[in-house]
Write a protein that binds this ligand. Structure first.
Ligand SMILES: [Zn+2]
Length: 194
């Protein structure tokens, strides 16, 4: 923790000295894309994409879970997605899962979440949760990712944007062990390297 505090304490010096690229290269109100991914500390969207400040809107949840849309139900996820699409006008939304995901492992082996009942209930909100195949880590993670994409498509603004051709969805799967990123191809139901 101390190294994090030390960096934060001196960060402004690096900014003023031009040693950190923290000044948005373009209008910060017009990010390139929204990146929805897991809260896992091994997944760093700006490292994976090379995005600079101002280029990505991030939404991070345990297991990159997107709750099913329900009219009248307020969730932080729905509010963040709505703001990104309606106000910021993002045209691309990436949902990124990853290998060795604790949430996905908890889905396959629920006993691992005995001491985290809130997390377990949160994960159960995903209506396809119980359909997770008890297969390998990668297969379970990818199936979980596809389920999140299916739910995201049902958000009204997302559905309208997709129908009008104003919005594109991308399903990415990140291998934390190798850095390889694969892209979901809905037409074949397969993942291929970007
Ligand atoms: Zn994860």
């Amino acid at each position: 923790m101390q190294s994090l505090i030390d960096h934060a304490r001196t960060f402004h010096q690096k900014v003023s000295g031009g040693r950190e690229q923290v000044i948005p290269p373009c209008d910060s109100a017009s990010p390139q894309a929204m990146f929805i991914t897991c809260s896992d500390a091994q997944v760093i969207p700006s490292l994976i994409t090379g995005a600079r400040p101002g280029e990505l809107v991030e939404l991070r949840t345990a297991g990159n879970v997107i709750p099913p849309y329900r009219l009248g139900r307020l969730t932080a996820e729905a509010a963040t997605i709505e703001y990104a699409v309606n106000i910021l006008g993002v045209q691309d939304v990436i949902v990124c899962g990853h290998t060795s995901c604790g949430a996905v492992q908890g889905r396959v082996r629920s006993w691992t979440l005995r001491s985290a009942p809130t997390t377990r209930w949160w994960l159960l909100q995903t209506h396809r949760w119980r359909e997770a195949p008890a297969t390998g880590d990668e297969e379970a993670g990818q199936a979980h990712l596809v389920a999140q994409l299916d739910k995201l498509r049902r958000y009204p603004r997302v559905a309208r944007g997709l129908a009008a051709g104003r919005l594109r969805l991308h399903g990415w799967f990140y291998e934390v062990e190798t850095g390889v990123v694969s892209n979901y191809r809905p037409e074949t139901g397969t993942f291929t390297p970007l």
